[in-house]
Each structure stands twice: as structure tokens, then as C-alpha cells.
Design a protein around this ligand. Structure first.
Ligand code: HEM
Length: 509
């Protein structure tokens, strides 16, 4: 009897799966056939490709504007056409206003992040948080960013010989810098992970980034099977990293409130939002005033959730921009010379002080950053969920509500149709007089109302580090230009074997 039941269940499962994998055929969309029950994620499960690279493979294997794919068992639509991708994220935002990832504000407040929240809840929070990322606020936090950059320079000075050069792995170093920036500028903690790599914040971030079976499973469920993630949470399975981050945030908030501490960081702005209902638009005013009715507009968990997503959003992306930029400059002597000259001349103009204004004046470095996030978009994919049936312009195809939308940012940014000679690192393609690309395809920070809220901060943090490295060290030109290989784990781009460059101390005249 048991055998019979098992047989019937397996037959039903096979029939269901077969039927499931005809989804796109039945809907009349071009599609990539699911050769195995894993769809386009076969290579990810086999640990041959990362998620972003598997989607890139799918992007390359088709020429259609849109193509139906299967992410494990879940049908999703890969939008290959950059104009349509833009429309989805901007003009037709009303039909695609969510990302469709796991969120459960009530049972798991730490999931209620700006990234995951839906509809009006997301919109209200986004409107409230936006004033924290203005250039005025960033200028206020600049001192803390600069201080962290000096710690990175000290560390490099300690590990490099006084004479001659040495190879350093830059990804690890820029990641430590990025963690410390987030710890200090976002969480308001005094950490120096270069000297004390065992500090709690650094350890939690290290754990959060380990691709263990559990973290991969939970991450996959959060994106592809949100209801399954809800079930895990219901069973009491919590994410340790996010719980520790919550504790850190709670203790810091309590300490600040009990001791009237005022610090120029993101936590301070969130406390303003919590106690006064809004962030003070006066860039010089960082104190926290409590509204007359003492209404707390945000719970501690809600604040911690935003701090945690700022950590997740800012950590790998920032360190990638720094390390990939230095790596690429080490392959192009003329570009490196130009970058060095600019840093030297601009610093001289500002009497050797790397101020906020001085950095704004380094225009060639801006072009380098633009080209780095073109060739290496920190997030190689963008995603949305269709929230209202949508007819694709000039076609009969209708995307049904609930369909997951995937955009291969890596694919579009490396497609010669949008960017000629895409593997060439060419910052000057962004100069108006040279513009040799189709700007429709350029969206390194996403597009539309969901675009990266901290784009300015991400660029600033990376630019400070790059300018500091150029100021203090000689970067040795590589003998043989080599393309970086992307590692087979992590949703964000991670270089296989790290990013190795040879540096030497600059001789001071
Ligand atoms: C150079 C560094 C960075 C890059 C390349 C980058 C890239 C991106 C991209 C591609 C998205 C998705 C946008 C979309 O779906 O349209 C995004 C969203 C987001 N990023 Fe960044 N990011 C960077 C730095 C940061 C930093 C430093 C933070 C936090 C302090 C941050 C916080 C966020 C958040 C909260 C979102 C979700 C916004 C929303 O849905 O409303 N990012 N980022």
C-alpha cells in the first residue's frame, strides 16, 4: 500500500513538473527549455556558476526581447531588451512596483527592509529615508569616511615593504574598509577591523557572507519561494546575522538615548525619523528632538532592518568598485597615469587636503567609477514582480500578475549592441564628445523609483578609497592583461581567487 502511494505521488509529481515546464509554451512566449528540473539554475546547483552568471548565460543564449526561463521550478521572464527593462522599472512602474521577495513585517520585522517592502509601505518608507542620502548629509559624514580611509592606508603601509613592491589581495582589504565604513557611518560604531578583525561587527558580517548550505537555502527561498521562507520563520528558524545586527542596533540606540550622544551618522538620522517623524533637512542639525506627543514612528526592529539592508546593499558593492577600479587601472598605463596626475594636481589645488570638495573635483575618477560599475555591476541582476497584468508594447504577449521579472544587468552592460568593445575598460566612453554607447543600456544603480537610494554614498565611499590608494601607492602595471573570472557563489560579483595587484609605497619628495 505504502509503495503504491509512493508510486502515485512520484507519478503526480512528474506529471506536475512536466506541465509546469510548459508554462511559457502555453502562454505563447519564446522560452529557454528547462532541460532539467532546475531550469537555468542547473549550473548554480552544480556549483559551476553564480546566480548572476547563470542568468547572464541565459541572456546570451537568446536574441529575443523577452524570454521565458525557469528558476528551479518557478517560471520567470528574462527581459533582454534594455528599453523594455527601463519601461518596466520607470514608465510602467505601476505594473511592477514590487520585487516580490520574502517580507513579513509582523512575524519577522527584520525582513521589512526598504528592499523587500511592498506597495504603499515601501513608498512611505522610501520617502522618509530619502533625505538621509542628500549631498549635504554626506558632507556631514565625510569626516568619518575619511578617518576610515586612513586606517586602510595605515594597514597597507604596514604590510608593504619600505622598498620594492608586494602583491596584495585588494578585495579583502577593500571589504574590510567597506565593513568599517558601514559600522561607523551607518551603525554609528567605532570599529577598526584592520587592527581588530575579531570585533563583533566584522565577525557578523563575515558570517553573513559565508555561502553555507543554510544561507544559500534561505536566500533562495526568500527570493524564489517566499511562502516557504515564511514557513521556516514560523518554525522558529531565524537568521543569526540579522538577529545579531538587531541586538547591536538596539544597544547602540539605548546608549545614545540614555547618554544624549549626537553623532553624524545614519543611525542618528533614523533616530530623528523615529522620534520626530522626519529627518531634519538642516544639514547642520544632527540632534534628535522628540515630537510633543513623543510618538515613536518606527520600532527599534524597523530601524535595525534598514541598517541591516544598508549593510547588505553597501558592503560588497562598495568593495567591488574599489578593487575592480584599481585592478583595471593596473592594466592600462595611460589611464593609470591620467588618474595619478589628476589626484596629484587636484590635491595640490586643495593644499593637500582630501576634502569633500576636492574629491568632487576629480572628474576623471568619476569616469573610472562609471566604467567600473558598467563592466562590473555590483548587482549583476535586477528583479521585479508583475503586480498588474501588462501587455508588452507592440506585441500580443501579456505578462500576468505575479510573474517574476529578471533583468541581466551584467548581460546588458557587456552586450556590444549597447557598449561597443564591452570588455575594454574605457572610462572616456562616458565623455560627451566620445559617447560611443547606447545610454538606454546603462543602469548600474537600477532605474525608476526603486533605484539605489544610496548611489551617492556608494560612489563617495569608493572614490575616497581609490583616491587614497592612488595618493599613497604606486600601482604596478600588469605584464599581461587578464580578464577577471567571476566566482561561482554569491549573488553579487565576486572575483575568483580575489583581486591581486602589486603595490609599492610612493616616495615622498
Ligand atoms: C557603488 C555602490 C553601489 C551599487 C553599485 C549599488 C547598486 C544597487 C542596485 C543595482 C540596486 C537595485 C536597484 C533597482 O532594483 O532598480 C540597489 C538598491 C539598493 N541599494 Fe545600492 N548600490 C550601491 C551602494 C549602496 C549603499 C552604500 C547602500 C546603503 C547605504 C545601498 C542601499 C541600497 C538599498 C536600500 C536599495 C533598495 C532601494 C529600494 O528598493 O528602494 N546601496 N543598489
Amino acid at each position: 500500500m505504502l509503495l503504491l502511494l509512493l508510486f502515485a505521488a512520484s507519478t503526480l509529481l512528474v506529471v506536475y513538473l512536466r506541465w509546469n515546464y510548459t508554462h511559457w509554451q502555453r502562454k505563447g512566449f519564446p522560452y529557454i527549455e528547462a532541460k532539467t528540473p532546475l531550469g537555468v539554475l542547473y549550473s548554480v546547483v552544480k556549483r559551476q556558476r553564480s546566480f548572476g552568471m547563470a542568468i547572464y548565460d541565459a541572456y546570451k543564449s537568446s536574441k529575443e526581447k523577452v524570454v521565458g526561463i525557469y528558476l528551479l521550478t518557478r517560471p520567470a521572464l528574462l527581459v533582454r531588451d534594455a528599453q523594455l527593462a527601463r519601461d518596466v522599472m520607470t514608465k510602467d512602474f505601476n505594473s511592477f512596483h514590487d520585487r516580490g521577495v520574502y517580507v513579513d513585517e509582523e512575524k519577522n520585522p527584520m525582513s521589512a527592509t526598504l528592499f523587500a517592502l511592498k506597495g504603499s509601505k515601501w513608498k512611505t518608507l522610501r520617502t522618509k529615508l530619502a533625505p538621509s542620502f542628500t549631498s549635504g548629509k554626506l558632507k556631514g559624514m565625510f569626516g568619518t569616511i575619511e578617518e576610515t580611509s586612513y586606517r586602510m592606508i595605515n594597514h597597507l603601509n604596514n604590510i608593504l615593504p619600505d622598498n620594492g613592491s608586494a602583491e596584495v589581495e585588494l578585495k579583502e582589504i577593500s571589504s574590510t574598509y567597506a565593513v568599517d565604513i558601514i559600522a561607523s557611518v551607518i551603525f554609528g560604531l567605532e570599529t577598526n577591523s584592520f587592527e581588530d578583525p575579531n570585533n563583533l561587527f566584522y565577525s557578523v558580517s563575515y558570517t553573513a557572507n559565508q555561502p553555507t548550505f543554510k544561507s544559500v537555502l534561505r536566500g533562495t527561498c526568500s527570493v524564489l519561494y517566499p511562502n516557504l521562507e515564511k514557513f521556516f520563520v514560523m518554525l522558529g528558524c531565524r537568521d543569526e546575522a540579522s538577529e545579531t545586527m538587531k541586538d547591536i542596533a538596539r544597544k547602540t540606540i539605548e546608549y545614545r538615548e540614555n547618554n544624549n550622544v549626537i553623532r553624524r551618522d545614519m543611525l542618528q538620522l533614523l533616530l530623528q525619523l523615529r522620534n520626530a517623524g522626519k529627518i531634519n533637512t538642516d544639514d547642520n542639525e544632527w540632534s534628535v528632538e522628540t515630537a510633543a506627543d513623543a510618538f515613536k514612528s518606527m520600532s527599534v526592529e524597523m530601524i535595525a532592518a534598514q541598517l541591516f539592508i544598508f549593510y547588505l546593499g553597501g558592503f560588497d558593492t562598495t568593495s567591488s568598485v574599489i578593487s575592480f577600479t584599481i585592478y583595471e587601472l593596473s592594466q592600462y598605463p595611460e589611464l593609470l597615469a591620467k588618474a595619478n596626475r589628476e589626484v596629484e594636481e587636484t590635491l595640490a589645488k586643495y593644499e593637500g587636503k582630501l576634502s569633500y570638495e576636492c574629491l568632487q573635483d576629480m572628474k576623471f575618477l568619476d569616469l573610472c567609477l562609471m566604467e567600473t560599475v558598467r563592466k562590473y555591476p555590483g548587482l549583476p541582476i535586477l528583479n521585479r514582480e508583475c503586480t498588474e497584468d501588462y501587455q508588452i508594447p507592440n506585441s500580443k504577449m501579456v505578462i500576468k500578475k505575479g510573474t517574476g521579472i529578471i533583468i541581466s544587468l551584467f548581460g546588458i552592460h557587456r552586450d556590444p549592441e549597447y557598449f561597443p568593445d564591452p570588455l575594454r575598460y574605457d572610462p572616456e566612453r562616458f565623455l560627451e564628445e566620445n559617447m560611443n554607447y547606447n545610454p538606454v543600456g546603462y543602469m548600474p544603480f537600477g532605474e525608476g523609483p526603486h533605484h539605489c537610494i544610496a548611489q551617492r554614498m556608494g560612489k563617495l565611499n569608493a572614490k575616497v578609497a581609490i583616491a587614497q590608494i592612488l595618493t599613497n601607492f604606486e600601482i604596478e602595471i600588469r605584464d599581461k592583461p587578464t580578464e577577471i573570472e567571476v566566482d561561482n557563489y554569491s549573488v553579487v560579483l565576486v572575483a575568483k581567487g580575489g583581486i591581486n595587484v602589486r603595490l609599492s609605497k610612493k616616495k615622498i619628495n
